[in-house]
Design a binder for this molecule. Structure first.
Ligand code: ZN
Length: 314
């Protein structure tokens, strides 16, 4: 919980910090209001953002930092064993979700400056959050960026695992080991239950007629009211047909919604600049490519769904 009483996961607070440059700290336990130390929220970090109960301090009034009636299986952003897939030092978001509002546990008029909550109030708050999905047990994000970075780190890890097992790069054993590592990590894209192994697709295969994270490398240009990334590779129109290849374009409107977050304005500015720079970008886009007459077109509906390496968030 931040100083305004908004209850969110640590990863959501990190996204807010990256968008606004404000941390809205200090952070507290949403139930007993004991102070938390924040980790990897306002600092650049390969570890997952999280909160830590400072040494020598403890929850109070019967609070254990967990939502619910009793000891429950943890919640993202809370200390005491959140259920999160962290592999070594790799931060692995588990789900791409819609942006959502914070939940509020303080009673109206409570600014958090008075006496800490008593046992009855702690119990009320823990029950309240237990029935609210805002603090989900998943490590979620509403932006592609952390997922792309996790994917790249996981691929590096998969390579190292396969090499450590003495598999030769490109061999069947190597490929199987690589796939197994990626598929061992779940990634849901708006409720579609996938893995890091099957949520992404590049130009070697025919695009699935389904929402996934597509990726490639290309130059940006403007075309009327749109910004367009032309992938440098052609993509197969048909499965297992390497002869019938067509261009692939990612398209985005140059007009943002009126209430677009400032990070979207900055990203759009940057993309406009790239369109004048004749330079390749490594792009990732979530959406469904449609086969037009002679090319695939992926229309991106939000800048949360488009990321390129080097994109500045602040
Ligand atoms: Zn507490």
């Amino acid at each position: 919980m931040n100083k305004n009483g908004d209850v969110r996961s640590a990863s959501e607070f990190k996204e807010i910090f990256e968008e606004t440059g404000n941390s809205y700290g200090p952070y507290r336990c949403p139930f007993c209001e004991v102070r938390y130390e924040d980790r990897c929220i306002v600092t650049e970090c390969v570890k997952a953002p999280h909160f830590k109960l400072p040494n020598e301090t403890a929850h109070r009034s019967g609070c254990n930092g967990e939502a619910g009636e009793d000891v429950s299986p943890g919640g993202s952003g809370l200390p005491n064993g959140p259920r999160r897939r962290v592999l070594g030092e790799i931060e692995l978001p588990e789900a791409l979700v819609k942006r959502r509002k914070a939940s509020v546990v303080r009673r109206p008029g409570d600014d958090g400056l008075g006496a800490p909550p008593d046992a009855i109030e702690v119990t009320r708050r823990r029950r309240l959050v237990a029935t609210d999905q805002t603090i989900s047990s998943l490590f979620t994000t509403s932006q592609l960026r952390p997922i792309v970075h996790a994917y790249k780190r996981l691929r590096k890890h998969a390579y190292e695992q396969a090499v450590a097992a003495n598999f030769k790069q490109g061999s069947a054993d190597y490929n199987e080991s690589f796939r197994k590592t990626l598929n061992a990590h779940n990634l849901s894209l708006y409720e579609h239950k996938l893995t890091y192994g099957n949520a992404f697709q590049g130009s070697k295969l025919q695009p699935w007629r389904i929402e996934r994270v597509y990726y490639g490398s290309g130059k940006v240009r403007t075309e009327g009211g749109h910004l367009v990334i032309n992938d440098k590779d052609s993509w197969p129109k048909l499965p297992k047909n390497k002869a019938d290849l067509v261009p692939f374009e990612v398209r985005l409107s140059r007009i943002l919604e009126a209430d677009a977050p400032t990070s979207h304005l900055r990203a759009l500015d940057e993309l406009e600049r790239l369109a004048t720079a004749d330079q390749y970008v490594e792009w990732y886009a979530y959406g469904m490519p449609m086969l037009q007459m002679d090319h695939f077109e992926l229309n991106v509906d939000s800048l949360d769904h488009l990321y390129w390496i080097g994109q500045h968030q602040r």
